[in-house]
Design a protein around this ligand. Sequence first.
Ligand SMILES: Cc1ncc(COP(=O)(O)O)c(C=O)c1O
Length: 246
Amino acid sequence: MGYLAILSDQRIILCNPHNPVGRVWSREELTKMGQICMENDVLVISDEAHMDIVHKGSTHTPFASISESFADNSITCTAPSKTFNLAGVQMANNIIPNKELRNSFTNMIDRLYLGLSNTFGVTTVENAYRYGGEWFDQFLDYLEGNLIFLTEFIETNLKEIKVIPPEGTYLVWLDCRGLGMDAKDLEDFLQKKAKIAFDEGYTFGEGGEGFTRVNIACPRHILEEGLRRIEKAVNESLIRVGRKTQ
Ligand SMILES: Cc1ncc(COP(=O)(O)O)c(C=O)c1O
């Protein structure tokens, strides 16, 4: 079945962990999805760029690790860009166990000259993977602290906004529907009143309206500054519309 999927042009892109909502799909969920794909000859392209950034209580399951047939019916994409903040080196890994699929992928990369990486990039990535473990552990601890800080700040000071607790990624999906603004008004409000530029939920597609995505992989004082600006702008706006007194 998987073989037919490779020949067919039916593909699904799986995002695990999921950006923007921060889901880390469970083994059971992935198994069910993988079986449906096998039965319908759909190749799975598994984008696991955020695989290392998983919060306490969750475990990342690489799609291809579930079974040999899933591995054979998939392309797994990983990268050092999220784990080590190395997007600038423009390097990524594509893991393709199926030989025929790998050959056709490599041919395409060669034809388009996409495999021309630069020497600094190769060395940087090699050293990050080889020696970056301790740095990464410290980063993950700091990130957990930022997540706790953000969650407590919003629960205490911004009751109109709800944090969707992420299982993975350094991105947090905030439900701002309690502010009672439509998607464009929310964007305007955050940019012009709070002076914050987030990736607005509506840009991720239908269902994203009223949500916004915050990147918490930054120094805590910057996160605090951003949250205080939102708090101030929200309070001013609630006072203006009479939902809050001074
Ligand atoms: C899920 C996901 N895949 C891929 C990418 C792109 O990663 P890279 O910077 O390695 O091109 C991103 C970047 O935001 C991402 O969130």
